[in-house]
Design a protein around this ligand. Structure first.
Ligand code: AP5
Length: 223
């Protein structure tokens, strides 16, 4: 069973997906984190995508679909998979339909985290990221226990290069132009669940959990 998390940069896709992982036994597949891992490891893929990611542009559709397909084919899909950051264009959504059909995987729902740009700027402006394990923090709303250090692995936290103001603006513009059309795409297919994601993390999580529980039952019943 597959879930898609859709929303602007900084909407909280990663934060909410991480929580669901623990409570529902889902596997989170963050395409952004896959690319950052490749960049950290200095692989060929990492070198190819570095410019796109740092500038806040999208990596080409065919390459992204190939990366996702390979990851899904590895198995280890737990009680279901959360796609965090894929698809991001209508073309990617169409390619995903093909991938799911070939493997007989079912798309259970699309959780759309809706936030204002003002909130996006506050969230991304204060985000700190662990370059070792990928964990995310926020200096005000989700600070680490020890300032500047990752709770999980102790590494020194950094600001993601694409969280520089210029890159954030570019990502928002790309989101509006290329990703937002997916709201209609999935709404027309009866798969979209819109959640007001402007509240506190716990508040948003309660809404996400209730949508997932309801849709999960329907999916298990084959509806
Ligand atoms: P990606 O890593 O997917 O970035 P993004 O979509 O821009 O999303 P973010 O990770 O910035 O935000 P998020 O919604 O996960 O928010 P988070 O939970 O961290 O992609 C990066 C790049 O990779 C792209 O720009 C592109 O170049 C490339 N890429 C990836 N996928 C691609 C694809 N499919 N096709 C082409 N290119 C692709 O939260 C943000 C902050 O807010 C955190 O500090 C958090 O602590 C805080 N926070 C979260 N929720 C709340 C809350 N409710 N209240 C207060 N604070 C909160």
């Amino acid at each position: 069973m597959i879930w898609i998390f859709l929303g602007a940069p900084g909407a909280g896709k990663g934060t909410q997906a991480e929580r669901l992982r623990g409570d529902f036994g889902f596997v989170q597949m963050s395409t952004g984190e896959m690319l950052r891992e490749a960049m950290r490891a200095g692989t060929e893929l990492g070198k190819t995508v570095q410019g796109y990611v740092t500038r806040g542009e999208l990596v080409p559709d065919d390459l992204m679909a190939e990366i996702l397909q390979q990851r899904l084919a590895q198995g280890n899909t737990g009680n279901g998979v959360i796609l965090d950051g894929f698809p991001r264009t209508v073309r990617q959504a169409e390619m995903l339909e093909g991938i799911l059909a070939r493997h007989c995987w079912q798309l259970c729902g699309v959780v759309y985290l809706d936030v204002s740009e003002e909130i996006v700027l506050q969230r991304l402006g204060g985000r700190r990221n662990c370059p070792q394990c990928g964990a995310n923090y926020h200096v005000v709303t989700m600070p680490p226990k020890v300032e500047g250090r990752c709770d999980r692995c102790g590494a020194e936290l950094v600001v993601r290069p694409d969280d520089a103001l210029e890159a954030i603006r570019k990502r928002l513009e790309v989101y509006r132009r290329q990703t937002e059309p997916l709201v209609n795409f999935y709404s027309q297919r009866g798969l979209l669940e819109r959640i007001d994601a402007g509240g506190a993390v716990d508040e948003v999580y309660q809404a996400v959990k209730s949508v997932i529980s309801r849709r999960w039952k329907r999916c298990l019943a084959g509806e």
